[in-house]
Design a protein around this ligand. Structure first.
Ligand code: F6P
Length: 325
């Protein structure tokens, strides 16, 4: 089918914000203008699209945002866009503003919305993967994940100091929705003794026996990283105290992992993916995500990107356990 020549594009960020979104916005806006396109920012994600919160952006609109976390376009989780009337309203706003294509920076939920716009009206959308969870199929990395891992690691290193001094067990909860990516990475980088992720079963009795055995061998502190979707850190800590008799403390890192200045890796990834998303739209691509595989950027079908990502967690888990004991 023939896709209309792209002259004016819309850009939105959707779902949970993450460090690097601004770097991506800057890249999209400046590359699009460089290529002769007009760019409109849509504020507050799909909800803002439904409400017509659309404003033209120029090169200066994105000055000095590269190093900031969050998103200057704001973001939202829109329940209205999940309904057909909401989607129809969004489509009318697209037409009223003369948009020929849209770039959506976000995660799985945001891509499901983008895919719908193509399925219903053949409106060209390109997705840019941005979520601290790194749970998008078809890309090795998502914007924001590297910074989030470093933020969590920074906190865990500090917790290790007090855990060692007072000879305590710490159960630390990290974000990641249903995926254990952040937990695995910080588990390895922070020398955690164990991790709990939803990708694998865990056994509190075995964990407690390991703690007791480790104690006999002279281990004085213990860090267990729990991925938020896998278990409640408070419950895990309670059970360990009951079974071992050792003192435990719980730290829930929470939304601190979503903020802050993006790492160099996230800025580079965001800039490369944003630029490529514009090129894909100009080249007539639609219903695709820009993914990075083995450092190369490629076009991934959105229908594939939104499927559950399969990852080998076992290899890293074994490494964490062997190194910790
Ligand atoms: O998807 C990013 C993420 O931070 C998840 O890790 C977490 O489960 C979720 O968003 C939290 O969402 P909210 O900020 O809406 O509470």
């Amino acid at each position: 089918m023939k896709i209309k020549k792209i002259k004016r594009i819309g850009l939105l960020t959707s779902g949970g914000d993450c460090p690097g979104m601004n770097a991506c916005i800057r890249s999209v806006v400046r590359i699009a203008i460089f290529k002769g396109l007009e760019v409109c920012g849509i504020f507050k994600g799909y909800q803002g699209l439904i409400e017509g919160q659309v404003k033209p952006l120029n090169r200066r609109s994105v000055s000095n945002i590269l190093s900031y976390g969050g998103t200057i376009l704001k973001t939202a989780r829109s329940s209205e866009f999940k309904s057909l009337p909401g989607q129809k309203r969004a489509k009318s706003v697209i037409e009223e503003n003369g948009l020929d294509g849209l770039i959506v920076i976000g995660g799985g939920g945001s891509f499901r919305g983008a895919h719908l716009l193509w399925q219903r009206w053949k409106f060209p959308v390109i997705g840019v993967p941005a979520t601290i969870d790194n749970d998008i199929n078809g890309t090795d990395s998502t914007i924001g994940a590297d910074t989030a891992v470093n933020t969590a690691l920074y906190a865990i290193d500090k917790i290790r100091d007090t855990a060692t001094s007072l000879e305590r067990i710490f159960v630390i909860e990290v974000m990641g929705r249903e995926t254990g990516y952040i937990a695995l990475q910080v588990g390895l980088a922070g020398g955690a003794e164990d991790i709990i992720i939803s990708e694998r079963r865990y056994n509190i009795d075995k964990m407690s026996a390991d703690i007791r055995a480790g104690h006999k061998k002279g281990k004085v502190s213990w860090i267990i990283v729990v991925a938020e979707g896998a278990a409640s850190a408070a419950e895990v800590a309670g059970k360990i105290t009951r079974k071992t008799g050792f003192e435990t403390r719980v730290t829930v890192l929470g939304h601190v992992q979503r903020g802050g200045s993006p790492s160099a890796d996230d800025r580079v990834l965001a800039t490369r993916l944003g630029a490529k998303a514009v090129e894909f739209l100009i080249a007539g691509q639609a219903d695709k995500m820009v993914g990075v595989v083995d450092s190369r950027i490629k076009a991934v079908d959105l229908s594939y990107a939104i499927k559950k990502k399969k990852v080998d967690t076992e290899t890293l888990y074994k490494l964490i356990r062997i190194l910790a004991l």
